[in-house]
Ligand binder design. Structure first.
Ligand SMILES: *[C@@H]1O[C@H](CO)[C@@H](O)[C@H](O)[C@H]1NC(C)=O
Ligand SMILES: *[C@@H]1O[C@H](CO)[C@@H](O)[C@H](O)[C@H]1NC(C)=O
Ligand SMILES: *[C@@H]1O[C@H](CO)[C@@H](O)[C@H](O)[C@H]1NC(C)=O
Ligand SMILES: *[C@@H]1O[C@H](CO)[C@@H](O)[C@H](O)[C@H]1NC(C)=O
Length: 893
């Protein structure tokens, strides 16, 4: 089951009513017998451990109480814990099997809060190698937990024996403990690879799984070795369904990480669809449908398997199948249509979770005409299902409206009804987000959606949601025919709510005032009332807006309608530097000198087990890359002196493939007028030491010339290090370039085991790398604007650069938009990158900041010609510096 069902979204229940209900339930069921334990009393009781003869039953109960306290996070002092621990050591004399097993648990539980746990090492070692099987496994687990890298060497021999032990419980305990030890003493554990291999072909099903997981951990830094591992076991030898599920996950990850992955991996997963264990079949099907870039013919067998599961008598299988189909239906609605008949049968399933998933899947795949019927069906039991599944319903509605915008007349009342009924914060937030999306994406639904949201904030117990809606009103109300109507809803919040909501209401009023000159006098009157608010946050905002609203449109845009372009942390740092540096005081503080920062894209959390398969591989984002690089570069003496703040860093791009003698990856760090290329070099030959490692760059146009470079003095085996090359942007204004790159170095032969040079002799060598490409998007930070229209109009007087292109190699409007945003380095604004189904023409609005702090705005009109499927692009670009608009236009070829 663990492998089967992915963890479910944790439900943040902020509803105090629900809490009260829970308490009442506890009382009714007699409550928790451990609920009122007192730490001091239990520690007193621990003295019983020292009595002779040992009363096994009494001691077991006391230990259980102690565990409960530690588990609850009760604070136990070190002295007391140590005293209890010494008592526990006495219990080793007991022959009672239950008590003895609790003793091992006690060693683990107390290991972090007590001193001197090390003293039980020899007792544990004795039990681990003893005759009593029931003690061996828990002894291994306790021992591995308290041991350190040095001590591990002394028990290494026993660990190797335990890994290949004939008793599966012992073998599993040793393997799982070794997985934990990988973090503390990876080098030692790696030496046990042969034993682990042997365990992988043992009888026990769990042993195989644990051995495979450990083998994977041992090799996870070496892609080639992981490839070999999967190739070997994919051919056979894994009988355990658990291990096969794990192998499928590794194979899937290899395919995801590398488009050129061995096609045998896919064939292996595909072959598992015909396995006799349902668990394996499901895992394979679920892997295939979640792979990117699967063709319909690859998808079909997996879908048929899920379809079969839909009519299984086992609810778990039906649930798993329909849950997976529900996910697939987002990306491949076409493929899931074949299951519609089976899904229809499930909409009356007695398990409401299954019914909900079936209906919401049908909503995504079915015809527009069936929407009303399905919604009616779901209305009949929506009050019975948990918030988690209500969220599934809301997500389906969201997807549905994107497909059939006209259906908003059915969906909006339904959502509004859900919003009025009980539910936790997460659920309410999902509904509000969906309504906001509908209002922003669908002008026809704007009025009805805004009306529902206005009603919601009249009586909303979640300030975070009220604030969200107020921000929306500030943006969207001016676009309606009668913005005046919304002012009352906003102003009511100023009178009735908490500080956070009042402040947001003040900002919303100002935004409406900024965009509707006719309403400005009355709004200014309302803002004046706010000057008397009891909280300074509210007063300060009102004061600020009152003094700004009558200024020039460009100023109003940037101060009222735009959001802050830098992260608060970066702004604080820049301001502190300015204050400290007295020389700078002759100039005004320039907001443009603060690094801009695009909001990090919120990623959905990965499931627990998927994370386990990929140990410690954090996904890096471009925003992270910049923040981390700024810190790192500033610590290198003299490297960035005089360049100004770092504008942007790109994620590293490999310039070699992973299997080479030397691996090199390049990141670009962009400043106002310079770029620093960072080449991170890793020497993968253990018999070579490289010295004076540098890069020579070659540019056919002769425009890019390195100003200076920081070579690597010494590059031993396996320790990555970086070369930095500083290039000014060319005088010509060019920002694109392709640079040939070669790595130069001196080689010293060394003894592989010690790393010591065999002699002082060196020889010169060089290594040709892949070309380094500099592109337009490197010089641009994507930064979406909350209100595109006013900003676009404010740049009206500037020249608009207009170009028309015909795009090759794109198959849909959506893809074209993604490609254009990527090439220009701009972010889509106001959700204009969402293309309603069936459109063959769409306008996307984009914005960003060019290095030096220049704002760039663009509109792209993308149209698909249905006759030959060619895509035409008409691009308008505005920037206060027309040269920059022209540079941007060169990005598209
Ligand atoms: C539906 O079935 C799944 C899988 O067996 C189970 O986990 C869940 O609790 C059931 N839900 C309801 C509401 O019966
Ligand atoms: C990346 O940024 C996010 C949010 O800004 C942060 O939570 C995360 O820890 C960062 N990751 C790294 C590796 O710095
Ligand atoms: C790079 O290193 C080679 C030897 O490794 C040396 O001959 C050359 O002068 C160096 N070039 C630069 C630009 O430092
Ligand atoms: C079109 O795409 C294919 C495959 O993705 C690629 O091989 C080809 O070079 C592309 N053609 C152009 C003109 O970009």
């Amino acid at each position: 089951a663990l492998l089967f069902l992915h963890p479910i979204i944790v439900n943040l229940n902020m509803d105090s009513k629900a809490d009260m209900k829970r308490e009442k339930k506890d009382e009714e069921s007699g409550g928790n017998p451990y609920a009122k334990l007192d730490v001091t009393a239990v520690l007193q009781e621990c003295r019983a451990f020292n009595e002779t003869p040992i009363n096994a039953r009494k001691c077991s109960i006391i230990l259980t109480k102690l565990f409960h306290l530690v588990q609850q996070g009760d604070n136990i002092g070190r002295t007391e814990a140590t005293e209890a621990f010494f008592g526990v050591t006495k219990l080793w004399q007991s022959k009672d099997a239950t008590l003895r097993r609790l003793v091992y648990l006690a060693v683990k539980v107390l290991s972090t809060i007590s001193d001197d746990v090390i003293i039980v090492t020899s007792s544990l070692t004795k039990d681990m190698t003893g005759k009593e099987d029931a003690y061996r496994a828990p002894a291994i687990r306790a021992l591995c937990l308290i041991t350190d890298a040095a001590m591990l060497q002394t028990i290494e021999r026993y660990m190797k024996q335990a890994i290949v032990d004939r008793n599966p419980a012992v073998s599993s305990a040793a393997l799982v403990s070794s997985i934990h030890l990988m973090k503390k003493a990876g080098d030692v554990v790696r030496r046990w690879a042969n034993e682990v291999q042997e365990a992988a072909s043992a009888e026990g099903h769990m042993v195989q799984l644990h051995a495979l997981a450990l083998l994977y951990q041992i090799r996870s830094n070496d892609r080639l070795a992981v490839n070999k591992l999967v190739q070997k076991f994919a051919k056979g030898g894994m009988r355990s369904p658990f291990a096969l599920c794990y192998l499928i996950r590794i194979a899937k990850q290899l395919i995801e990480e590398d488009d050129q992955a061995d096609s045998a991996f896919f064939q292996f997963i595909d072959s598992c669809l015909r396995h006799k264990s349902e668990m394996v079949v499901y895992e394979a099907a679920s892997a295939i449908v979640s792979l990117p870039n699967t063709s319909p013919s690859e998808l079909a067998p997996a879908i048929s398997v899920l379809q079969l599961f839909c009519s299984s008598p086992k609810p778990a299988l039906r649930f798993a199948a329909v849950r997976t189909l529900n996910k697939v239906s987002v990306k491949h609605p076409q493929a899931v249509t074949s299951c519609n008949v089976d899904l229809e049968k499930l909409i009356t399933d007695s398990n409401r979770s299954i019914a909900t998933l079936a209906i919401t899947t049908l909503l995504k795949t079915g015809a527009e005409s069936s929407v009303e019927r399905l919604m009616k069906q779901i209305s009949s039991f929506v009050s019975e299902i948990s918030d988690e599944f209500k969220i599934v319903v809301v997500e389906a509605i969201r997807a549905l409206i994107a497909r059939y915008p006209r259906k908003h007349t059915v969906m909006l009342p339904f959502l509004a009804n859900m919003l009025r009924n009980d539910g936790g914060f997460e659920y309410k937030r999902e509904i509000v987000d969906t309504l906001i999306a509908i209002v922003e994406e669908n002008p026809d639904a704007r009025l009805a959606g805004l009306a529902q949201l206005c009603e919601f904030i009249e009586d909303c117990e979640h300030p975070a949601l009220a604030t969200k809606v107020l921000h929306l009103l500030g943006r969207e109300a001016p676009k309606t025919a009668n913005p005046h109507a919304y002012i009352r809803f906003v102003y009511n919040r100023v009178i009735l709510e908490t500080t956070q909501v009042r402040a947001a209401a003040v900002s919303a009023l100002a935004k409406i005032g900024a965009q509707c000159p006719q309403l400005r006098p009355s709004i200014e009157g309302l803002l004046k009332n706010c000057l008397l608010d009891s909280e300074d946050e509210v007063r300060d905002r009102a004061t600020f807006y009152l003094s700004v609203l009558d200024m020039a449109p460009a100023i109003v845009n940037s101060l009222v309608l735009d959001t802050l372009q830098s992260s608060p942390a970066a702004l604080e740092r820049a301001a502190a530097e300015y204050v400290e540096n007295e020389e700078a005081h002759s100039n005004k503080f320039d907001l443009k000198s603060v690094p801009v920062c695009s909001a990090p894209v919120a990623k959905k959390a990965k499931t627990l087990l998927a994370e386990e398969v990929a140990p410690a591989k954090e996904k890096k984002t471009a925003a992270n890359a910049t923040a981390a690089a700024a810190e790192r570069l500033s610590q290198i003496e003299g490297l960035t002196a005089g360049l100004g703040p770092l504008f942007k860093s790109t994620l590293p791009i490999p310039l070699t493939d992973n299997v080479n003698e030397y691996t090199v990856q390049c990141s670009k760090h962009i400043f106002a007028n310079h770029v620093i290329l960072e080449f991170e070099v890793k020497n993968t030959l253990n018999d070579q030491l490289l010295e004076q490692v540098n890069v020579s760059l070659e540019d056919a146009e002769g425009e890019w010339k390195a100003l200076r470079q920081r070579p690597i003095a010494r590059l031993p085996y396996g320790e990555p290090s970086s070369i930095f090359v500083l290039l000014p942007f060319p005088q010509s204004g060019a920002v694109q370039g392709v640079l040939g790159a070669t790595l130069n170095f001196k080689v010293k032969d060394v003894d592989p085991s010690t790393g010591e040079p065999e002699s002082d002799d060196t020889y010169d060598d060089s290594y040709v790398l892949e070309e380094v490409e500099l592109c337009v998007s490197d010089s641009v930070q994507p930064l979406g604007k909350a209100s595109f229209g006013p900003a676009w109009n404010a740049l009206e007087e500037e020249d608009t650069v207009e170009e028309t292109f015909s795009l090759a190699n794109v198959s849909s409007i959506h893809e074209a938009i993604k490609k254009v945003c990527g090439l220009l380095g701009l972010a889509p604004c106001e959700r204009s990158d969402i293309v309603p189904e069936g459109r063959n023409r769409h306008v996307v609005m984009m914005s960003g900041v060019f290095r030096g702090g220049h704002e760039v705005l663009a509109k792209a009109n993308v149209a698909i010609d249905p006759n030959d499927n060619s895509i035409g692009l008409n691009l308008l670009i505005r920037c206060s510096e027309s040269i920059i608009a022209e540079i941007l236009a060169t990005a598209i070829v």
